[in-house]
Write a protein that binds this ligand. Structure first.
Ligand code: ACO
Length: 402
């Protein structure tokens, strides 16, 4: 395929494929998806098994290094991450510069970008020990940054990480804890978040991961590339869909809870009205992640409470859509984000913050792809071609003659 591509480029042929619907941009050994069958595997392991039996930290290791860790490797990896959770005090001051009601995604992206100014040893992407250090720094510090983005938005003081805790527990404490008060971690909440992070950890060449790889293909460092990926995730057609789903459900509730009325608006293709959390470029079947989340949403919401009415609307909406020709013909099924927002909401996160949780989950996948890309001898700078549709050559006129 690569040789044929090179040959075609030499002869001047260009493949026109807007949105890269059918263009393979990389070869990758990380994640396998069969969109027709609804199959997802990380490094060969079915997502269902990982969701049921693994942990986010283990899955992070698996994605980045290719194998599940031994007990000693897991211990070492966990300890390394724990040692790097603190932020430089100067970096904390960045948060003062953002307006309090700032959306947390650009705040997170800016802070991650700023990490490369604090760790200038990260600038050479071929310096393997430093790539390793940047990997650990990102896994350790992004949860701290994400927690601080939240604290900033509600005007509460930042909490230093408590490294006796696990990754998810530490993040929950920094997010919801208060300095002078003990914070009791609810194991159900920690387990739910860990599960959601596992389900979001990688999804091969999606928009944000492709962005990370594209930026990295210019040999930009890991922090810079991940910062760009966070911004790609921000959009409502990608990671931003989890917030958009909740806004949609709230809107339906406020409008009397009539899912039929909403579905008709979607089918009439009213401008800006889509069934958020439905449809996927690759899955033409039920998203296996959504299946797991739907199964657990009931359970989690029952345990920790909240969001039941919106869950009922979501289920009614799904049932209504899946029995409608519009959705059946187009093979539109719930994707990962259809039910996640309800869980995030029940865990206490504000709607605007949901996409940050997606970013925390996707982080190991982005890192794994960047590292795979930088080590791949086939990698070239990403540089798509175009079909030019502009003016033919014409002559410049001075402004007095225009
Ligand atoms: N609601 C209504 N109609 C839809 C939806 C939807 N959610 N998704 C696709 N369609 C329709 C399109 O209008 C189009 O219909 P047409 O053939 O009559 O024009 C057809 O289905 C094909 O859709 P495309 O937009 O061409 O599909 P594409 O692969 O480009 O888009 C996407 C995929 C962006 C995910 C789309 O399904 C969508 O916008 N979904 C809603 C947003 C969302 O949930 N995003 C999260 C995706 S998963 C993730 O990133 C985590």
């Amino acid at each position: 395929g690569i040789e044929l591509g090179k040959l075609l480029a030499q002869t001047g042929y260009i493949t026109y494929d807007p949105g890269f619907v059918n263009t393979g941009s990389a070869s990758s050994a990380i994640t396998y998806i069969d969109g027709d069958q609804g199959v997802l595997r990380y490094r060969g392991y079915p997502i269902e098994q990982l969701a049921q039996r693994s942990t986010f930290i283990e899955v992070s290791y698996l994605l980045i290094y290719g194998e599940l860790p031994t007990a000693a490797q897991l211990e070492d990896f966990t300890q390394k991450i724990n040692r790097h959770t603190l932020l430089h005090e100067d970096l904390k001051r960045f948060f003062d510069g953002f307006p309090r009601d700032a959306h947390p995604m650009p705040v997170l992206s800016s802070a991650v970008s700023a990490l490369s100014t604090f760790y200038q040893d990260s600038l050479n992407p071929f310096d393997e020990p430093n790539v390793e250090l940047s990997t650990i720094r990102l896994l350790a510090k992004v949860p701290t940054l994400a927690a601080y983005a939240y604290k900033k938005s509600i005007g509460q003081p930042f909490l230093y990480p408590d490294n006796s805790l696990g990754l998810v527990e530490n993040y929950l404490r920094m997010t919801f804890g208060l300095p002078a008060e003990p914070y009791e971690i609810d194991p159900d909440v920690a387990k739910a978040l860990d599960l959601l992070f596992i389900l979001h950890a990688d999804h091969e060449q999606n928009c944000s991961t492709s962005t990370v790889r594209l930026v990295g293909s210019s040999e930009a460092n890991l922090f810079a590339s991940i910062s760009a990926g966070i911004m790609a995730l921000f959009g409502p057609l990608h990671g931003g869909a989890n917030s958009a789903v909740l806004e949609m459900l709230e809107g339906i509730k406020a409008d009397g809870g009539d899912v039929n009325k909403f579905v008709e608006r979607v089918k009439n293709k009213e401008k800006g009205v889509r069934l958020m959390g439905f449809g996927h470029r690759v899955y033409k079947n039920y998203d296996p992640r959504a299946k797991i989340i739907k199964q657990t949403a009931d359970d989690i919401l029952r345990k920790i409470g909240g969001g039941d009415e919106l869950l009922d609307i979501a289920k009614a909406l799904e049932e209504r859509a899946l029995s409608d020709d519009y959705f059946v013909e187009r093979k539109l099924y719930p994707n990962v984000d259809f039910y996640t927002g309800l869980i995030y909401r029940a865990l206490g996160f504000p709607t605007q913050y949901f996409t940050v949780l997606f970013a925390l989950g996707r982080l190991p996948g982005w890192i794994a792809h960047w590292r795979e890309m930088i080590q791949d001898p086939q990698t070239k700078i990403g540089r798509p071609r175009q079909i030019y549709t502009g003016e033919k050559q014409r002559d410049y006129k001075p402004v007095s003659e225009r």
